[in-house]
Design a protein around this ligand. Sequence first.
Ligand code: NDP
Length: 511
Amino acid sequence: MSGKGSDNTNSSEVRKDRVVTTVEGLPINEPFATQRVGQNGPLLMQDSSLIELLAHFNRERIPERNPHAHGSGAFGYFEVTDDITDICGSAMFSEIGKKTRCLTRFSTVGGEKGSADTARDPRGFSTKFYTEEGNLDWVYNNTPIFFIRDPAKFPHFIHTQKRNPQTNTKDANMFWDFLTTPENQVCIHQVMILFSDRGTPANYRQMNGYSGHTYKWSNKKGDWYYVQVHIKSNQGIKNLTNEEAVKIAGEDPDYCQKDLFENIEKGNAPTWSVYIQTMTEQESKRLPFSVFDLTKVWPHKQFPLRRVGKLVLNENPQNYFAQVEQAAFAPSNTVPYQEASADPVLQSRLFAYSDAHRYRLGPNFNQIPVNCPYASKFFHPAIRDGPMNVNGNFGAEPNYLATTNQYQFVQKDRPIQQHQEVWTGPATPFHWATSPGDADYVQARDLYRKVLAAQPGQQKNLAHNVGVHVANARPDIQKRVFEMFARVDKQLATDIKSECDAASSELRSKL
Ligand code: NDP
């Protein structure tokens, strides 16, 4: 799957033992020659080596992810540092010191595959753990919350960050129009983090990862807990100012990719400490918000962090396309004792991620080496055939399972949804737009008045970062932005307006 090789362009070694061949293995004398009629005549159709080269070139690109198209990745391991077997029975946590191989991919969200690393955007932080119980994917972000909690809004929201259908440019009107609509203002908490300096991390090594969603973990006795995971950088947090991020985007758009690769290459492997917050069902009933609300954090004081382990990324991929572009992360990839909660956005991701991979990579994407559950074993002979089936397709095994046939299967006692919530009720259309009163603004206000206030310059930077962005929007939309932030804090709205006015007059002077 990985391992150091010397065949890369960074090596100065001249290799004399490699014969260039067609894809069928026929040696090619001169790879740059084409078969022609005479010296200067037209090409010959029979030049299959040229035709193959051109035809394959036309098919090199696979659909990029939508969203999270642009990313970087590295291999490493997760090591258990503290016992949490009272919370989770997964084999990866079974003993202190146990190591599980993993792959982490960092990404931006809205930009295309070639976009800049330092864009103001949340960062994806996905880790695939190759466990003996199957592959487990933690598909997280660098923010502890998200913009929406109604999954049907996700494509709409992402579209507002893509290109305007007519102008084909990014459009501040689309972005702020959507977010300031009353039924979407639940975004305010995440918008505050996005426009704080944490919205432009200096690199992937110096940022945190958060599950954001609530998960359900259980121990081997059947006790279960709501859990949130926090992956905290041991390099410390480092962010860019808006101006630094814009400058780097222009001068060195692959800045974070280079930073990650070069640090790992020189032995400076980044590490993160992994923590969990836990909550019982009883505690969840006393919360002032729903435990399934992706726009809220669990206050640290009430739900302290408990350390679990260490994530180490110490191995660069040998081939970006094979090991990072083709890596297929999905929250539905889970292991015994770790389950999704009823958070509706998480529930919809359980479908959407694997579906995206079936589209991008084909239905046999799990056979691509980086996605294979190599520490476990894939056996399901009814999942068969399909394009690019390369694993032997279960040979002569019957293509169905039945307890009567000679290939009886062994049933494992995997706990699923045991001892957990029971849901009943009629099917209802539910739009989780607004909470009663001010509830969706409380944590955003805490962030502004307690957390950012304690760090010199952070409140001002937030106002500046919003102001210069919203200066690109229409005046009627700007007004809605000021009104939305005024619900967090009046001074913040005033500061945003001054920053916006200053940026607008600068924009006008450039016309
Ligand atoms: P705490 O004071 O215990 O937590 C505040 C947390 O804010 C810190 O631990 C840190 O999280 C994070 N933080 C620090 N600086 C910044 C910054 N410049 N921008 C964004 N986040 C920052 O209080 P609470 O747990 O009660 O949370 C208060 C507010 O802090 C929340 O409303 C939320 O906006 C924010 N927050 C809370 C988190 C949580 O899980 N409770 C996580 C992150 C932010 P970290 O140590 O993870 O870097």
